[in-house]
Design a protein around this ligand. Structure first.
Ligand SMILES: Cc1cc2nc3c(=O)[nH]c(=O)nc-3n(C[C@H](O)[C@H](O)[C@H](O)COP(=O)(O)OP(=O)(O)OC[C@H]3O[C@@H](n4cnc5c(N)ncnc54)[C@H](O)[C@@H]3O)c2cc1C
Length: 473
């Protein structure tokens, strides 16, 4: 546990300003709030740290890292703490460096259509800043009201419109980053063409705070979709979801989102959010599709698409939202799942991806594995299926204690990861590795890749100050 002498405490305060430094034992902040800065949504680890700092700019971040370097301290970068991999957890006396006070717009380029902001800006606020300037920032999902743009970049976040807009990596033009030596790297985001050797900024995107602290970013913006329509469908089996996705390639209307959920998930949302059942008849699977439309002819195309997929038997019932309220309700069925299952149940989360063509055999083997070896385990299965991304959550049976449940899940995971390997999948699609998955990294990365990652880490963070013990085993 880190205990700093009074002298060192005074030094840290002088470096960045007294009001930005909090020590747990000084009770300037209540303990629960203090500890909340060193945790995330995993609920698996207990935070334990003594020092919390709120720098306001890149120079102050650099000073803190240099202070840690000189005094052999470790740092956990803390964003909006909505992560699901334990990446923002400080459980070993690290300094927690929160970016929460770094939320300013720094620049806007109307020619390029880009916005430069500090990394602690809440993602939804970034959406607003873009909209106020007549633009649109497309990375969106249900935790963007709390997540930071820096946290999104550090996890290479995806979300609900990846099928159309891609992951956040595609939208990052420039970054300012503080490395583990306190050096500041600035990757120019003002020019589109810059083929001058290795594009190092990409190393930091998805590095989960292990290579550098992202302090500023330049983001590409786009035009807002002219209008959109949400189609919610009941689907008889998993294979039909994939066929339905194939059919969307045949209609000439851009697909913005293609999400799915099981009846089990829908029931949980209906119970938790008190929303009505969408269709008179129950169905094992549901798909939510969002399309961009520019005129009425395209809306007509969606009605005939629905007719076609019903005739082919891929859909048993479907409804095209007739207004924005109904569209919002349809989205609630999908976006309310995480909250509905996490609050009311104990779940073990897995966020995996695999080629769409391998989904069916993978799920068949996965289901039989659970049925045979873990009878009583139920799966809440949903996700960004258009991206090949499944959120496979195992729900704790009532008669198991939490610790028995989690220790059994530890046995299920490697079996599932073996299957993923067999079907060319990834053990983490968009949530990252953090603490939760680091022991399993070898299922998705070769020995040589992991060695290279270790060498990169040593180069950028020679004293292993930044988020130690995360990502790499
Ligand atoms: C209800 C719900 C739905 C979600 N849906 C999605 C989804 O659809 N798609 C998706 O991708 N994710 C999703 N997530 C996961 C999570 O919201 C994302 O991973 C998000 O990008 C994390 O951002 P954050 O600011 O909360 O990061 P944190 O949780 O604070 O941190 C995540 C990691 O990034 C590091 N970090 C944070 N800020 C910085 C920085 N400035 N510089 C360097 N490292 C930093 C942390 O140390 C940690 O390792 C969801 C989460 C919830 C709770």
């Amino acid at each position: 546990m880190t205990t700093l002498t009074q002298e060192k405490r005074a030094e840290l305060r002088t470096l960045i300003g007294e009001e930005k430094v909090f020590f747990r034992d000084e009770n300037k902040m209540d303990t629960a709030t203090f500890l909340s800065y060193g945790t995330d949504r995993t609920k698996v680890y207990r935070p334990d740290f003594e020092i919390l700092v709120f720098p306001k700019n890149t120079q102050e971040v650099s000073k803190i890292v240099k202070f840690a370097y000189q005094n052999d301290l470790k740092i956990v970068p803390s964003g909006g703490r909505t992560g699901y991999a334990g990446g923002a957890v400080a459980k070993s006396g690290e300094i927690v460096l929160s970016l929460a006070k770094m939320d300013q717009v720094l620049d806007f380029d109307p020619f390029f259509g880009s916005l430069k902001v500090q990394a602690g800006m809440i993602t939804k606020n970034l959406h607003k800043e873009a909209e106020e300037r007549g633009f649109y920032f497309p990375v969106d999902f249900s935790s963007t009201g709390s997540s930071h743009i820096g946290g999104n970049i550090a996890t290479n976040a995806g979300g609900v419109r990846v099928v159309h807009y891609g992951l956040i990596r595609q939208w990052v033009l420039g970054l300012t980053v503080v490395t583990g030596t306190g050096d500041v790297l600035e990757f120019n985001g003002e020019i589109l063409k810059n083929n001058t050797g290795y594009d190092l900024k990409h190393l930091f995107i998805g590095s989960e705070g292990t290579l550098g602290i992202i302090t500023e970013c330049v983001l590409k913006l786009t035009g807002k979709p002219s209008d959109h329509r949400v189609l919610f469908c009941a689907v008889p089996d998993f294979a039909s979801i994939l066929e339905l996705f194939k059919e969307t390639h045949r209609i000439d209307v851009p697909v913005l989102a293609f999400e799915f959920l099981t009846r089990y998930c829908l029931d949980k949302v209906i119970d938790h959010l008190h929303v009505p059942d969408p269709f008179p008849e129950s169905s094992p699977y549901y798909v939510l599709m969002e399309f961009e439309i520019t005129d009425e002819r395209e809306e007509e195309k969606l009605f005939s698409f629905l007719e076609t997929v019903m005739e082919k038997g891929f859909v048993t019932d479907g409804s095209l939202a007739s207004n924005s309220r109904q569209a919002e309700t349809f989205w609630k069925y999908r976006e309310g799942i995480s909250e509905s299952i996490s609050i009311d149940f104990t779940v073990h989360k897995n966020d995996i991806s695999l080629p769409l063509r391998n989904m069916n055999p993978f799920l068949a083997e996965m289901e039989s594995l659970l049925k045979n070896e873990y009878p009583g385990f139920e799966i809440a299965l949903f996700g960004h299926i258009g991206d090949g991304n499944l959120h496979l959550n195992i729900v704790k049976p009532k008669d198991l204690t939490d610790s028995d449940f989690f220790s059994q899940c530890k046995n299920v995971d490697p079996a599932m990861f073996e299957l993923l390997k067999k079907y060319h999948g990834s053990i983490s699609a968009e949530h990252g590795i953090g603490l939760l998955k680091k022991d399993f990294l070898h299922f998705s990365r070769s020995k040589v890749e992991m060695e290279i990652m270790g060498q990169i880490k040593k180069t950028l963070d020679p004293k292993n100050i930044l988020n130690p013990g995360k990502v790499l085993p």
